[in-house]
Design a binder for this molecule. Structure first.
Ligand SMILES: Cc1cc2nc3c(=O)[nH]c(=O)nc-3n(C[C@H](O)[C@H](O)[C@H](O)COP(=O)(O)OP(=O)(O)OC[C@H]3O[C@@H](n4cnc5c(N)ncnc54)[C@H](O)[C@@H]3O)c2cc1C
Length: 513
């Protein structure tokens, strides 16, 4: 390679984590180039055309974008506005029961018994307090286990957060974290649908069922921050557009439509990238928002890694289970618009969720899946560019099965069965469908397994163990090569935090950058 590198950093992928990382690096006066294989920024939230609408590729809602990242990037000045910052939820079982609730609110859900209504505020208050510990951890770069100085101070701060819970809550935090959502909810509530809806909140995006270990951890993650679910005006692609604009205002350069096929290693350190057309671009650092396996083994190459690292990368668990079903609808006349402006959670009770998960465990598409349905053009009329409306459903559990050519059809049929139970005749208004299963996500984003979080969220893949032991601090064993995507701490969902943490590590004095 030639002398001085053209860029201080090349970021692979213009998903929100790649862009958050690029922004913070550029703010620290690094020359940054973002290379994205797709034609637009946003990763799983990038805009794609569906009929006469622009829809997000997969991610349709904001479950907790970091307020800190939004403020640092001044996203409001780059066009970000909100259609709804706290979308209410309605849960449905298999009969006519409907429970309206908001995880962000101390108001008890509707249509539940007096005992459950009285239990709501104390349950929510305590869980939110526990979730604030996870939120605190999510906002930290994982410290070294045996490090001194800043590392030791970080561990002390975490211990102090726990200690401040008080003896009784500290004991309960450790106890409840070790059980599962099924048992935790059985202890607090009676209503089967309420328990199903709360379990569903913990499970969305995760390959877990109510009785799975780690489901309380994912519930705490869901409750972190305000616990509100939001939609930007213009949908999730508008958030991506604002991030791209903020990056450009810091002189970050972008290249779209060509992928990186190899991270170039010279003299035992990352020295740039080779694009799909063979072009080589030099950089002192290469930061990848692709998953850990793809970055380490496919882009860097096993020959540059020790066998222990390759083994650890192989064992990172992340098989996708979430699919997106988009529906274009002729009209919504006669339907309750107030209801369509909410998140509709077709969860049923916890046993139904468990059975749905069981089918996918053995490779099948759940015939009676968990569905979260929103009508983006009702929540945000600005998204309605033509005559038609959009309904967007998250469907779980749909396994990643590359050999199953009918998986899209069966996913659509399963979603239809569940949705029509509560909104009969809705599919008669459908004029076009778009189905995205984990295999599609893997093909279209390069994320191995097509998993929502690029790697499952579980205690053994969390914080200083994410994505794998010894790889938790964003640096790969090849100096100058870094990870910044959802496979790193604190995981996926559109938050911007992994990208911000990775940048903090790269610009840290004494880093290998
Ligand atoms: C079906 C589904 C629905 C989801 N819905 C939501 C939701 O509603 N809300 C939410 O918050 N989260 C949702 N998620 C999760 C969310 O989309 C991810 O956690 C998030 O996108 C991760 O962001 P990222 O920037 O780390 O990676 P990604 O968004 O995956 O971006 C990675 C980018 O890197 C690019 N790339 C990869 N390899 C290369 C290469 N070699 N060269 C060039 N470019 C490359 C890809 O094209 C992609 O643009 C959903 C996920 C799925 C699968």
């Amino acid at each position: 390679m030639s002398g001085k590198a053209r860029y201080d950093a090349i970021v692979i992928g213009a998903g929100h984590n790649g862009m958050a990382c690029a922004f913070y690096l550029a703010r620290a006066r690094r020359r940054v180039l973002v290379i994205e294989a797709a034609d637009a920024a946003g990763g799983a939230a990038r805009p794609v055309v569906f009929g006469d609408l622009q829809v997000p590729y997969a991610a349709h809602l904001d479950y907790g974008f970091s307020r800190g990242v939004a403020s640092d990037m001044a996203l409001d000045r780059h066009g970000l506005a909100w259609a709804d910052r706290d979308i209410g939820a309605s849960a449905f079982g298999i009969d006519d029961q409907q429970i309206d609730y908001a995880l962000s609110s101390t108001d008890a859900p509707t249509a539940i018994g007096a005992r459950d209504a009285a239990a709501w505020a104390p349950f929510r208050e305590r869980m939110t307090r526990f979730a604030s510990i996870i939120d605190d951890i999510a906002h930290r770069v994982p410290p070294r286990l045996a490090g001194a100085g800043a590392d030791a101070r970080a561990w002390l701060a975490i211990a102090w957060r726990l200690r401040r819970l008080g003896r009784e809550d500290m004991r309960e935090f450790l106890r409840i974290g070790a059980i599962n959502m099924f048992d935790a909810l059985e202890e607090h509530f009676e209503d089967p649908l309420l328990k199903g809806a709360l379990a569903a909140e913990a499970l969305i995006g995760h390959g877990l069922a109510p009785r799975s270990p780690n489901s309380v951890l994912t519930f705490f993650s869901r409750l972190s921050g305000t616990a509100a679910v939001a939609m930007p005006r213009g949908g999730m692609p508008a958030l991506a557009a604002a991030m791209e604009s903020a990056c450009r205002s810091r002189q970050v350069a972008f290249r779209f439509g060509l992928g990186v096929r190899r991270i170039v290693v010279a003299d035992d350190r990352a020295a740039g990238v080779e694009l799909d057309d063979g072009q080589i671009i030099e950089a002192a650092n290469v930061v990848s928002s692709a998953d850990a396996w793809t970055t380490g083994v496919e882009l860097i190459g096993a020959a540059h890694l020790d066998t222990g690292t390759v083994r650890r990368l192989r064992h990172v668990r992340g098989r996708g289970c979430a699919a997106r079903v988009d529906l274009l609808l002729d009209d919504l006349s006669g339907l309750d618009r107030r209801l369509l402006g909410r998140r509709l959670i077709f969860s049923g009770d916890m046993d139904r969720l468990e059975r749905a998960f069981n089918e996918s465990k053995y490779g099948g598409v759940s015939a009676d899946p968990l569905v979260e349905l929103v009508f983006p053009t009702v929540i945000d009329p600005a998204q309605k560019t033509g005559a038609r409306h959009l309904a967007s459903a998250l469907v779980q559990y749909v396994p990643r099965d590359a050999n199953d050519n009918d998986i899209g059809t069966r996913t659509l049929d399963a979603a239809r069965t569940v949705i029509e139970r509560h909104l009969p005749g809705l599919f008669d208004r459908v004029t076009a469908t778009r189905v995205t299963t984990p295999v599609d996500v893997e093909r279209d984003t390069g994320i191995r397994g097509g998993h929502w979080h690029h790697a499952e969220i579980a205690l053994d893949q969390f914080f200083m163990l994410r994505p794998a032991p010894t790889l938790s601090r964003y640096a790969l064993p090849v100096p100058g090569a870094w990870l910044c995507g959802a496979c790193t701490h604190p995981g996926g969902g559109i938050t911007g935090l992994p990208g911000r943490h990775a940048a903090a590590r790269i610009i840290e004095p004494g880093s290998s950058s």
